[in-house]
Design a protein around this ligand. Structure first.
Ligand code: S3P
Length: 275
């Protein structure tokens, strides 16, 4: 027993040294990385402040693409090129997040008629800004354990509106959030009052023909089942003034790719601010 211990101690000495040296190498890299990252993130915040002061667009995808190109050229011979590019994409997202927090420290609330793109745009905005995405209808469905259509069928629209009001009240308290609301949230002014406390409201607009085309075949919206184009056009017409009155900003989503809409929204929000 004694002999075995002595032998293994002698044998372990060399690997331990190697391990120690490798760990020191990692520690040295981490020191460099944390210093470099801190320096880089500080520069990002200063750039955000500069852009805010000079009313420049916050989101400038060409610059990110140019950085990635440089990194790719530098990593051409390396087996880690793809990994480093993935890391940089995460880093860009972190940078955009701290820039956004600096320039636009409000929730972004998406309102608009059914089919205007709130969910799709909301997800993409969240991805771009690093703000957390909340979808009012989805959260209601999760809590109730049934779909919006089922809630309408089982309890009726007034009960749904109560659930919607309660959910909006809770979400209005979030910070650095993207909140996507159901198309009828503007019917109740208390929703708008709540959402305004920490958020700016963006109305996603669409032409009735385009909205109708997007929603007509979907069975998930109880209010449009068996409705004609004329019904939908009329419903939108009736609500338009509510969206207009509630909105701090507005943006048409017709015939634009999601990335364009998101870039336009981010730049609109960060370049034009009332406060
Ligand atoms: C509604 C819109 C729906 C959903 C519910 C009622 C409305 O949300 O909240 O079916 O009154 O416009 P989307 O706008 O996300 O479809």
């Amino acid at each position: 027993m004694e002999r075995l211990n002595t032998t293994s101690a002698a044998q372990a000495a060399a690997p331990d040294d190697i391990m120690q040296a490798l760990r020191s190498e990692i520690d040295a890299c981490d020191t460099l990385l944390t210093e470099a990252l801190t320096r880089r993130l500080k520069a990002s915040v200063r750039i955000a402040a500069y852009k805010k002061e000079h009313n420049l667009a916050l989101y400038f995808p060409e610059r990110e693409a140019a950085i990635l190109d440089k990194i790719s050229a530098r990593m051409e011979e390396s087996p880690y090129g793809d990994l480093v590019r993935t890391f940089y994409k995460d880093l860009f997202r972190l940078s955009r997040n701290i820039q956004m927090k600096h320039v636009f420290p409000h929730n972004i609330v998406l309102i608009g008629f059914m089919g205007s793109g709130k969910t799709t745009v909301g997800h993409a905005l969240s991805d771009m800004s690093g703000y957390t995405y909340y979808d009012v209808d989805t959260l209601i469905e999760q809590e109730e354990g049934r779909s919006i259509s089922q809630i309408f069928a089982d309890f009726g629209e007034p009960a749904f509106r109560t659930l919607e009001r309660n959910m909006i009240k809770r979400l209005s308290d979030k910070e650095y959030a993207i909140i996507s609301c159901g198309g009828g949230c503007v019917l109740d002014t208390s929703n708008i009052v709540n959402l305004r406390q920490k958020g700016k409201l963006v109305w996603l607009q669409g032409a009735p023909e385009i909205l109708y085309e997007r929603i007509r075949r979907q069975a998930t919206r109880p209010l449009i089942v068996n409705k004609t184009f004329e019904d939908i056009r009329q419903m939108l017409e009736n609500r338009k003034h509510l969206y207009r009155d509630a909105a701090d900003y507005q943006m048409s989503t017709d015939n634009k790719p999601v990335n364009t809409i998101v870039a336009e929204i981010l730049n609109m929000l960060t370049q034009r601010q009332e406060d």
